[in-house]
Design a binder for this molecule. Structure first.
Ligand SMILES: *Cc1c(COP(=O)(O)O)cnc(C)c1O
Length: 341
């Protein structure tokens, strides 16, 4: 879509085409130099490994217009690192991490006119996607790969202000099992979550809280966001044990809670039962898309726990202000997280 036809003040999270994308191909054991090309369809063999066996991984990032007018990224080197962790699990070639950050910047510059203005609260969402594009018949990794980075302008996650969401704890579905691919941002982890999400939305919930697949007792994640809760005034989040996606927002929130709010933080097993105790006073989830989303209530079958009358908690609000303040350069970037495009 032409950028002059976009109403940047009323964007949601729909797919909107921008002008350019990055494309690089891997063949005979090496990546080509890659280039920025017009956004558009790519040709792919029906035998492509990604189409038949799901050999694909992705990342999610945002370019923001900061208060200063600069276009900025948030810890992009962490996305580069994680893409390669996902690649290794899926037997895919890795991509040079410094080059990753450089080409992400190039794609953003090429689509600069699509970065929503600072006062709209929107962002240019960046989607790097790496797929096994070579044909293969037996279940084995492809020999050829395609790496694409495209962008989509998106609106603020909270168009009507900072609002809490209601979640359902599922005892029916799981997301990732020990020994599986939960820690990797692989395409095959997401299609199976669409049915549970649809069912819970039909019941009026925003998303599912997934429990661990072995005991159905400990919290793993919230759909595509990491989970946090304040218990006895300590901030707890599930420990990374291979079934949880190591969120960059999660990592940043742990740092902010400890160093800026002086909170004790814990990465541990959290039983869903703890959420129903009085000592548990706040809960929220984190992600590039969700930023920090307060959780107003959690429900399991006919049991419901409401936090703080369904309003965002104090710690949740403070963390949101710190994180978004740093991301938009309204606060000092003392951890060196912001990268100017
Ligand atoms: C991407 C993702 C997250 C959030 O990670 P961020 O790096 O904070 O964006 C959390 N859980 C899942 C399952 C994800 O795919």
């Amino acid at each position: 879509m032409e950028s002059e036809n976009i109403d940047f003040y009323n964007l949601g999270f729909e797919f909107i085409e921008t002008k350019h994308m990055f494309l690089s191909r891997y063949k005979n054991g090496e990546w080509d130099e890659g280039k920025i090309i017009p956004f558009g369809p790519i040709e792919i063999s029906p035998g492509a490994c990604v189409l038949n066996y799901g050999q694909g991984i992705f990342e999610g990032m945002k370019a923001l217009e900061a208060k200063t007018g600069d276009i900025v990224l948030f810890r992009p080197e962490k996305n580069a690192e994680r893409l390669n962790e996902s690649a290794k699990r899926m037997l895919m070639p890795t991509f040079d991490e410094q080059q990753f950050v450089e080409v992400v910047k190039e794609v953003v510059r090429a689509n600069k006119e699509y970065v929503p203005p600072y006062d709209s609260g929107g962002a240019l969402y960046i989607r790097p996607v790496l797929i096994g594009s070579g044909p293969i018949l037996g279940v084995a990794p492809a020999e050829e790969y395609t790496f694409i980075i495209f962008t989509v302008p998106v609106g603020p996650y909270f168009p009507e202000g900072f609002k809490a969401i209601d979640l359902e704890i599922s005892k029916k579905y799981t997301r990732a099992a020990p020994g599986g691919t939960g820690f990797a941002k692989t395409c095959c982890n997401y299609a199976p979550t669409m049915l549970p999400a649809k069912e819970t939305k039909a019941k009026g919930f925003a998303q599912i809280i997934y429990l661990d697949a072995s005991e159905m007792e400990y919290i793993d994640e919230v759909g595509t966001a990491n989970f946090f809760t304040l218990i006895d005034n300590k901030l707890a989040t599930p420990a990374l044990k291979g079934t949880i996606l190591p969120g960059i927002t999660r990592k940043s929130v742990l740092t902010l809670a400890e160093q800026k709010l002086g909170l004790k933080v814990e990465e541990r097993d959290i039983s869903y039962k703890e959420l129903f105790e009085e000592s548990c006073t706040e809960a929220f989830c984190t992600g590039t898309a969700a930023v920090i989303t307060p959780i107003g209530s959690v429900s399991l079958e006919d049991k419901k726990r409401v936090f703080n009358n369904g309003e965002p908690g104090e710690v949740t609000k403070k963390l949101y202000d710190f994180l978004t303040g740093i991301q938009r350069m309204e606060r000092e970037d003392e951890f060196g997280w912001v990268v100017i495009v």
